[in-house]
Design a protein around this ligand. Sequence first.
Ligand SMILES: *Cc1c(COP(=O)(O)O)cnc(C)c1O
Length: 378
Amino acid sequence: MKKQYEFLNLATVNAPFMPEIEKAIGRVLASGRFVGGPETVAFERALAAQTGTEYAVGVSNGLDALRLIFRAYIALGRLKPGDEVIVPANTYIASVLAVTDAGLKPVLADCSRETMNLTAEGLREALTARTRAVLTVHLYGRAAWGAEMDAIARAHGLIVVEDNAQAIGATSPEGKATGALGDAAAFSFYPTKNIGALGDAGAVTTSDFALAEAVRALANYGSRERYKNIYAGFNCRLDPIQAAVLGVKLPHLEEEGRRRREVAEVYLSEICNPAIELPQKPEKGKHVWHQFVVRTAQPEWRDAFRAYLADEGVDTDIHYPTPPHRQECYRRQFAGESYPEAEALSATAVSLPISGCTSTADAREIAAIINRFTPPQP
Ligand SMILES: *Cc1c(COP(=O)(O)O)cnc(C)c1O
C-alpha cells in the first residue's frame, strides 16, 4: 500500500501532551469548579503574557470572541449600528459574521496576490467617511498588520480589531506579537488551530481595561456582580476543562511555530513546478503557517492536481472554496460586488499538509510528488 500523508491528525498532534493534559483535567475534576476558577484565571494570565497585552478574557470560541469585541464597542458607545468596518474579502466567514451580527456594515477589501491578506493599499481603497473600524485577519498564520496600515488607521481614528484565530505566535514586520497589534484581538482554540483545545474555546486580548471589562461582562449575561445586569448579555464563557488543556499546550507555542516554519521552508525551497505557485514568506516577522496555501496556475488544473495528490497518498484541503461575499447568506449584503483577487484565490488554492507533526522528511517527499505533477492537456 502507498504511504499516506494525512492533512492533519489531531490524535497525533495531541499525543505528546496527553499525560500532562490528563493531569490538568484531573485537577479540574477534583476542584469541583466547572465554570471559571483557577485554571481559567491561570490560562488568561499566560495568554496575556504571551501576547504582551494587559488583559486576556477566555471565551467560548473564536466567533464569540469577535462578536463580543464588536458588541462591547457598541455597549461602550464607541461604535454604533450601521458603522462601517473594513474586513478582508479573503477570510473565513466567521470574521464577517461577527460584524453583521453586531449590526455593523462590513466593507470588504480585496486581498493582495502576494500576501493573500489585507494590505495598506486595500485598506486605503476601502476607506469611506463612514469607516469606524478595521478587522484585520492574519490569515494562514501571516501577520496582516504593520506600521503603514497602523498609520492609516490612526490618521482616520479607526478602531483596529485583529482576527488572530490562525496566527497565535506570529509577529508583525516590526517584531510585535499578533494579538497586541491593534485595540483588541480575537483568538480561536478550535481543535485544528495551531494551539487547539479538545473542543471549542477562544479568547479576547486587549490592553484597554474598559473593553476587557465589557467583554467579560457581556460573556457572563451582561453581569459583573451576581444578579446585577448592566448589559443584555450572553453566556460565552471559557470552559475550565479547555482552559486547563490550553494551559498545557500554550507553553509549546514557539516550538509549534518553529516546526511549521521548518516544513514551510522545505516546501518553499523544494517545490519547483511551473504549474504550481508558492506562497511568499514575509521579509520580516514570524509567519506561523497555520496553512500552507499553494495555487494552481490555472483554475482548471485544481481538481486534477488534488486528484493526482490524493492518488499519491497526499491529503489536501481548500481554504476557502467560496469567499464570504459569494455565500448564500450574504447574497443580498454584497449583491453585485466583486473582489477579483479573493475570487481567483478561491478558485486556485490548495492547502498542503502542515502541522507540528509533519516531518521534514514527509515534506520533502510531498514536494517531490508535487514536482512530478503535469497539468491536464486541453
Ligand atoms: C477558526 C476561525 C474563526 C472562528 O473560530 P471558532 O473558534 O471556530 O469560532 C474565525 N476566524 C478565522 C480566521 C478562523 O480561522
